[in-house]
Design a protein around this ligand. Sequence first.
Ligand SMILES: Nc1ncnc2c1ncn2[C@@H]1O[C@H](COP(=O)(O)OP(=O)(O)OP(=O)(O)O)[C@@H](O)[C@H]1O
Length: 235
Amino acid sequence: MLGLSIERLAISFPGLPTPVLSIPALEIAPGSRVAVTGPSGSGKSTLVNIVTGLERTTQGAVRWRDTDIATLPESKRDAWRAENVGLVMQDFHLFAGLSALENVLLPVRLRARSVASHIGRARELMSRVGLARHDQSITTMSRGEMQRVAVARALLRKPGVIVADEPTASLDAESGAVVADLLLELASEEGATLLVVSHDARLVERMDRCIRLVAGRIVAEPAGELVAPAGGPRA
Ligand SMILES: Nc1ncnc2c1ncn2[C@@H]1O[C@H](COP(=O)(O)OP(=O)(O)OP(=O)(O)O)[C@@H](O)[C@H]1O
């Protein structure tokens, strides 16, 4: 499990008078489950892009355990992300021409590695998320099933952190609840830190902590918002 430490982060775009994201300091404990909320345009996706290394910042430090990903060039950030981050996105990011199993194995295939030694874990994860037909084409799956494929895929390489951007937003209430349960349970079982951007109150209230962004700034976490996770404190 990975902890995050951000210092003096500022993300600016040309033509904008103020940074779209400005975080003087933020600490996320290893193994904690943290929600990020805020109105549209408040910087949530920008934060996801920065902490996963999808985008680079030249201002500030973004340290996961001992690695400041802000200092890494793109190829090393990509390698670091493949090794350490499980990503779950609102619109699944699955490949239509592939089966469910092939999609789960994709992170290994994309690193030009043999998938043979990962098939067992891929099948176990798929069963864990409740998918029985591993060879089913993605195009024939329901949205809830697709997101469960994405959750299994995110966990394939035993990431230190799972980052989910609106993972339940395009699902109906029932499928959203299943996906929320799976994210919380699997992050705990697999010992991964969980960072979830969400407007889904039922998901947010089950996290250990909620960070609220307004206009690119973290507004104070309300007193009492920090709760001990099930099984005791995790710090
Ligand atoms: N490449 C860019 N160039 C200029 N402005 C940008 C760029 N990327 C993001 N922004 C601006 O940064 C701000 C934060 O955007 P961001 O997508 O992080 O917000 P968000 O909280 O994820 O919004 P939403 O909930 O609507 O997805 C917005 O005002 C957006 O217009």
